[in-house]
Design a protein around this ligand. Structure first.
Ligand SMILES: Cc1cc2nc3c(=O)[nH]c(=O)nc-3n(C[C@H](O)[C@H](O)[C@H](O)COP(=O)(O)OP(=O)(O)OC[C@H]3O[C@@H](n4cnc5c(N)ncnc54)[C@H](O)[C@@H]3O)c2cc1C
Length: 317
């Protein structure tokens, strides 16, 4: 590898792969640092009485990009970046989790987010079998069905808004009241098919087998059929639902660049309309940024933009 890279891209999901394609177009000396190529693009989703569907628009494009990058990129470093530091000469030192070191003239950060979890029984088992972490992606599948939304922030309220127009019944389990923005919440809660549970906690997500559907490759034919809540006085209540949306925080994978770039209060990287961060030569794209994303097509577009902005930066520096 040449001593100094032109661009180091952190993360191999939709945003990072698209940025890498643009860097390869320009025949720049680029390294993609990511344990995987593809990121979070494969989400088959199934419900009682409904065969699995893949709801991701753009997944094929991401897979094509992954194949192209695998075939053409000289430096795919299948590792995680541990830390990025700006040097006095304006270049960046990148330390990998295995202790390896790289130097690059510019950086594109595309490390994505993780959905905050409840860690209750049934959550992992029914993920993709009626349980979702993304109402934006899966709400349309719940037309005419009963659902529960868990969470106390704006993501949860937005989910209640969307779902109350489609679902027959929406139970909102607002675990921590103080996080909710009042106007938005009051509008959502005033809809006739919305019922709010404040101060209740989720005990478990429950499922039942669907006799109409054959067992899947894991041997399971069980889907979400309810959620058990426990109240402050210990009372347990079961809500019969086909879907559970865990709409808590999205936790940005920002540990490598904390202290380098400006972060929003929730830890997302602050970018301008060109995907530039607070530090010259450092760009960011996809779910990790404060741009509204949470969808593959948005991340592809932002990754393209970050790649092009990095071209411009390298040409003028
Ligand atoms: C449950 C769920 C369902 C979803 N369903 C849909 C859907 O149906 N349709 C849709 O359009 N979108 C959906 N999304 C959203 C979509 O997955 C994301 O918007 C998209 O994947 C974001 O792309 P990204 O490249 O920003 O990040 P990611 O896809 O998250 O990729 C991040 C990459 O960074 C790597 N990485 C992380 N940390 C480091 C590090 N320190 N160093 C190097 N690499 C690192 C990861 O390994 C990964 O390769 C869903 C999301 C979730 C959580």
């Amino acid at each position: 590898m040449d001593n100094v890279l032109d661009i180091a891209i952190l993360g191999g999901g939709p945003a990072g792969l698209t940025a890498a394609r643009y860097a390869l177009f320009a025949e720049l000396n680029v390294a993609l640092i990511s344990p995987d190529l593809g990121g979070k693009v494969s989400y088959p989703f199934a419900l009682r009485g409904m065969s699995p569907v893949d709801t991701v628009w753009g997944a094929e494009m991401v897979r094509d990009f992954a194949d192209f990058v695998a075939a053409n990129l000289q430096h795919h470093i299948a590792e995680r970046a541990a830390q990025v530091v700006r040097r006095d000469d304006g270049n960046f030192d990148i330390t990998l989790e295995n202790g390896g070191q790289l130097v690059s003239r510019s950086i594109i950060i595309c490390t994505g987010v993780r959905a905050e979890r409840l860690f209750v029984d049934g959550e992992a088992k029914f993920w993709g079998r009626g349980l979702s972490f993304s109402a934006i992606s899966h709400a349309p599948l719940f037309k005419g069905r009963a659902v529960a939304v868990v969470g106390s922030g704006d993501r949860a309220i937005l989910a209640v808004h969307i779902l109350s127009r489609l679902a027959s019944k929406v139970y909102h389990i607002a675990v921590r009241e103080h996080e909710i923005s009042a106007d938005l919440a009051n509008q959502a809660w005033s809809r006739p098919n919305v019922e709010v549970f404040r101060g209740w906690e989720v005990q478990q997500v429950v499922g039942a087998s669907d006799s109409d559907e054959p067992a899947d490759q894991d041997g399971s034919d069980e889907y979400v059929c309810g959620i058990d809540l426990v109240g402050l006085n210990g009372e347990v209540r079961r809500l019969d639902v086909d879907g559970v949306f865990i709409q808590m925080a999205l936790l940005p994978n920002n540990s490598a660049v904390r202290g380098l770039v400006a972060l929003a209060n929730d830890g997302h990287i602050v970018v301008d309309q060109d995907c530039a961060t607070s530090v010259p030569g450092v760009f960011a794209a996809g779910d990790i940024t404060n741009t509204c994303a949470e969808q593959v097509p948005v991340s592809i577009g932002e990754g393209a933009k970050a790649g092009l902005t990095a071209w411009r930066y390298l040409a003028s520096n």
